[in-house]
Design a protein around this ligand. Structure first.
Ligand code: GAR
Length: 187
């Protein structure tokens, strides 16, 4: 049984998808052993509702070192599911190949500092992009620069707004995240 630690900052619908797909067997041989939030958020409530060990480490300069202290040594995978703090390079290097993130765009486009959540969708509408999507990628010290594991695109239409894009991206994320997790776990 592989041990997954999930990091969240927000509503945690991707976290919920991970929990549901572990429960229904789409993700095999794995359990979420710990959920870490960097702020008060609904993701933390989901952890409590699911009776999973959880901890709040306030965001800030000590986040990565505090996180290192709570992550069990036998952790196989650290999953960033709507997590908005930047992890320190040393942390990324210590867990090299074992941290993945989901990003709400087709990396390498619309990644990097400041490109998160609605900022991404606003920028895509502003630039009149013809497509968007989601990417699951490995986390390395360069923000959103790690190797892509899985990506899926969809068409952006004239009627789309940042809000409709956010919804469409979420649907794509729910689809690719469990597949990417299975792939990284070697399932
Ligand atoms: C997701 O769309 C995720 O890709 C994005 O935040 C949303 C979280 O939704 N992550 C980032 O922007 C990270 N740079 P959720 O809390 O409902 O899973």
């Amino acid at each position: 049984m592989k041990n997954i630690v999930v990091l969240v900052s927000g509503s945690g619908t991707n976290l919920q998808r991970i929990l549901d797909t572990i429960d229904n067997g789409e993700i095999q041989n794995a359990k979420v052993s710990l959920i870490v939030a960097d702020r008060e958020c609904y993701g933390l409530e989901r952890a409590k509702n699911h009776h999973i060990e959880n901890v709040l480490i306030p965001r800030g300069k000590n986040f990565s070192s505090e996180l290192s202290k709570v992550i069990p040594e036998n952790t196989d995978l650290i999953v960033l599911a709507g997590f908005l703090s930047i992890l320190k390079p040393e942390f990324c290097e210590n867990w090299n190949g074992k941290i993945i993130n989901i990003h709400p765009a087709l990396l390498p486009k619309y990644g990097g500092k400041g490109m998160w959540g609605m900022n991404v969708h606003n920028a895509i509408i502003e630039a009149k992009e013809k497509e968007s999507g989601a990417t699951v990628h490995f986390v390395t010290p360069g923000i959103d620069e790690g190797q892509a594991i899985l990506q899926k695109s969809f068409e952006v239409t004239e009627n789309d707004t940042p809000e409709t894009l956010a919804q469409k991206v979420h649907l794509v994320e729910y689809e690719i995240f469990p597949i990417a997790i299975n792939k990284v776990l070697g399932n």
